[in-house]
Design a protein around this ligand. Structure first.
Ligand code: PHE
Length: 448
């Protein structure tokens, strides 16, 4: 596509809702719930908020600044600013890491979204009472792959529609619906007898669980994953912006909405589970809360449980879909800019390859877990580290670029964080997560 004819968002609200749609997804409900359960309730939540403010927000603004400033997909965008600053052309490689992360994440994300799709249907029919056994049967193998394929086909279809008539249009409808569902279910959960124990569990700080390096690392990884950072998704979305957006303000809106939905997810999940005394089903597992304990709660609720369960999994599915389209868009925009492919070919080829890669995650939940660990602990955190160094130390006048929409934000603080605090925290996180991630990869090979 020739310069100047790049696609654009139709409206500011459209961009914001699409970016919030990217941020809000399985991370807010699935990951947030199990990490909060395992990380000490409110103690984890506070840690996660701290990471969002100190690390997440600065990196989000960095991505939006580079995306809008270059009007290009990640690889070209980094090359553009590296060149302008007389920096090394090798910065392009960071963009390559971003695009690879998109591949990897969407492959397993689609499998979890496939479970969600299946569960929305099953909720309506009524779940079988042995929810753990059932999950074990459907989580891996041909059925898991089948639902993943269906989900990916819908994702590809939307991305094929383009930025404003595909992604933006879907986000404008989906996000308000998702907010309404999440608020409605949280309010409903509050009316259940016994929900109080859920709030206590969620909103009390169990410091003894939170004060450990693994939980610290999880909270940082979650801040990245949940805000879609460290792999160019926000960068790519911002590349379709005009010059008149107030990026610092918009970063704050996106981060607040993302946190709001995660917090509300806790207000749905824990009261529902505790009202039926199912806390032991949450277990230590990453899927216990959402795919085992909650369906059991819906069974106990009888007829109402069918409706509430259906709406819950629909909300989760909508969130997953608007995140998946942003993951695919990173790869698609890179193929369009880098290979000169038309959107249709890029979406079909990239989407199909990612769908195939998902076969690994669909084959075994252990593979899925390792893909998730590698993507978060290495790719996103590493990508965020690279980006903060690039914007903090290499790029020319990032403040001027971020201010271009007329913003008066406290951008000195922003640069300070990008230069010192963000790299320091991320190096610490990487240092502490590489050994365990490596061990989980090795364990997988040893088992197979
Ligand atoms: N933020 C999404 C979620 O919370 C996941 C995601 C990560 C999307 C990275 C895009 C890029 O589910």
């Amino acid at each position: 596509m020739a310069a100047g004819s790049r696609e654009q968002w139709n409206s500011k609200a459209g961009f914001i809702l699409a970016a919030v749609g990217s941020a809000v997804g399985l991370g807010n409900m699935w990951r947030f719930s199990y990490l909060t359960a395992e990380g000490g309730g409110a103690a984890f939540v506070v840690l996660y908020i701290a990471f969002t403010l100190v690390v997440g927000l600065p990196v989000l603004l960095a991505e939006l600044t580079i995306g809008r400033g270059s009007g290009k997909s990640p690889i070209q965008a980094l090359a553009h600013f590296a060149h302008a600053a007389g920096g090394s052309p090798a910065w392009k490689l960071l963009g390559v890491v971003f695009v690879s992360a998109g591949f990897l994440i969407l492959a397993y994300y689609g499998v979890i979204a496939g479970w969600t799709l299946r569960y929305a249907g099953e909720a309506l029919m009524g779940f079988a009472p042995d929810t753990a056994g059932h999950f074990g049967e459907i989580a891996a193998g041909a059925p898991a792959f089948g639902f993943h394929v269906v989900f990916m086909a819908v994702t590809i279809g939307i991305v094929l529609g383009g930025v404003s008539s595909g992604i933006e249009r879907v986000s404008m409808l989906a996000m308000p619906a998702l907010f309404a569902l999440v608020i409605g279910i949280a309010v409903y959960a509050a009316t259940l007898d016994g929900s109080g124990a859920g709030y206590t569990y969620y909103l009390n700080a169990r410091l003894e669980n939170a004060l450990s390096i693994p939980i610290f690392v999880d909270a940082a990884g979650q801040a990245f994953f949940s805000l879609s950072l460290g792999m160019g998704a926000m960068l790519t979305y911002a590349s379709y912006l005009g010059r008149d957006n107030d990026l610092p303000v918009e970063s704050a809106i996106i981060a607040t909405a993302d946190f709001g939905v995660a917090f509300l997810a806790g207000l749905m999940v824990f009261p529902l589970i505790f009202a039926f005394g199912l806390q032991s089903d949450v277990g230590g597992s990453t899927v216990g809360a959402l795919f085992v304990a909650l369906p059991k709660a819906f069974v106990s609720m009888g007829a109402a449980g069918r409706i509430v369960g259906f709406l819950f999994f629909v909300a989760l599915l909508v969130g997953a879909l608007t995140s998946a389209i942003s993951l695919l868009e990173v790869v698609v925009s890179a193929a369009m800019d880098g290979l000169g492919w038309p959107r249709a070919r890029a979406a079909m080829v990239a989407g199909s390859l990612i769908t195939l890669l998902g076969a690994g995650a669909a084959w075994s939940t252990d593979v899925l877990g390792v893909m998730d660990a590698v993507a978060n602990n290495l790719f996103l955190v590493g990508g965020g580290l690279g980006l903060s160094i690039f914007v903090g130390w290499v790029m020319d006048d990032p403040v001027g670029e971020a201010r271009a929409g007329g913003s008066q934000g406290a951008l000195r603080l922003w640069i300070g964080l990008l230069r010192y605090a963000v790299p320091a925290v991320l190096v610490f996180v990487l240092w502490n997560s590489i050994p365990s991630t490596w061990k989980s990869i090795m364990a997988l090979f040893a088992a197979s």
